[in-house]
Design a protein around this ligand. Structure first.
Ligand code: ZN
Length: 76
């Protein structure tokens, strides 16, 4: 399911495909060139958050580099 927000009337419209010609059902504005958002994949864009014990992190320096690319919080 794809979602596009009409820049003219600001109403969202939904379609199962973003390849076909896409016309706003509200104001008939041509949305074909407007970039779509995958409505079902929106949750997956949230960053990963790890809660990790600070001392455990210091004892395991290899773990530190492993989780570097993720967003995490440490506690004492
Ligand atoms: Zn519209």
């Amino acid at each position: 399911m794809y979602k596009k927000l009409c820049p003219k009337c600001h109403q969202p419209s939904f379609s199962s495909s973003d390849i076909d010609r896409w016309i706003c059902p509200v104001c008939n504005f041509d949305l074909t060139r407007v970039s779509s958002k995958d409505a079902e994949a929106r949750k997956a864009t949230k960053p990963h958050l790890f809660i990790i014990k600070n001392s455990y992190l210091q004892e395991n320096p290899t773990l530190n580099t492993k989780i570097k690319s993720y967003e995490y919080q440490s506690f004492d």
